[in-house]
Ligand binder design. Sequence first.
Ligand code: FO1
Length: 346
Amino acid sequence: MRPENLTKLKITVLAGGVGGAKMIQGIVNTIEPSRVTTIVNTGDDTILHGLCISPDLDTVTYTLAGMIDREKGWGLADESWTVMHTLEELKGETWFRLGDKDIALHMFRTNMLSKGATLSEVASTLCAHFGITTHVLPMSNDPIKTVLTLAETGEEIGFQEYFVHLSHAVPVSRIRYAGIEDATAAPGVIKAITSADVIIISPSNPFLSILPILSIPDISILLPPPVYQAMAPDQHHKSCNPADKQHINPEIRAKTVAVSPIIAGKALKGPADRLLNEMGIKPTAAGVASIYRDIASVFIIDDEDVALKEEIEDMGMKCLATNTIMHDVESSRNLAIEAIKAAIQA
Ligand code: FO1
């Protein structure tokens, strides 16, 4: 199909932070934006200085608004830091960097939530404000917190404490998503999965961005999360008995394509390679493929990993090697076109 024929397809993207946002930008430059729905991880959400902060939702929204700080991958471009500098003088907590404009957005969100609005309503209000017609959905409106157990001490810490305060430079022995068993998918999420022509699992961190989405019970029925060796026992979704494969949903799997976040054994950004290793999974594109083998029929790897193609196809997935480094909108767009075409032809 030529790119112009793709534009009318309905695309749903599962996304987390930076990798997800760039993939989405490529997709909305290929597909009519109002026909794209992105389901965004909220396990990174945190409350700091009394402000409700949803980093992945903000990274996606800022990217779609063309206002993201591309060098950092989060926050707004052309920011000022007066509040942070003043807080530093007061010897306050400034390890989590919040720009002045970003703070206004968190104040706005906190105010809406305090008046009973849902995270979905906040997200759609912000999209309307920024003129974004792509549907940006939180994975859930219920509280879900990604917590990680430090391998050395057995202590459990919150996501931002791990990711930012400790610069994710500490080994982890367990990851769990607190509150996940009682959470339900946000409005529109289930329909976005069942009615999509193509579902794209973006090259986000599998454990920190994608598995939280898959682990929400009513999403697990459609896109069952894998069971892996280091998984916290209470996270095993009852339907995911790898032996009987009963949990696989063939028609959803047939339209789902995943993009590897690992290239030549390394994550482009963040701790995905180390976490794979710490969770007992090979830190390679093939290791990531093994996580998604039951929910995606196509797996896209970088040209650098073409030697892994056969191993991945032996898992029962179609494997496509291409350039997966999205350093500008054009490369994001090309990857999006390749992913969509591969899913349609699968
Ligand atoms: N990431 C950092 O590494 N350092 C920060 O100071 C930081 C601040 C920050 C503020 C708002 C926001 O939306 C994201 C922010 N991030 C920061 C990124 C954040 O940790 C995300 O959760 C990661 O990008 C993972 O998705």
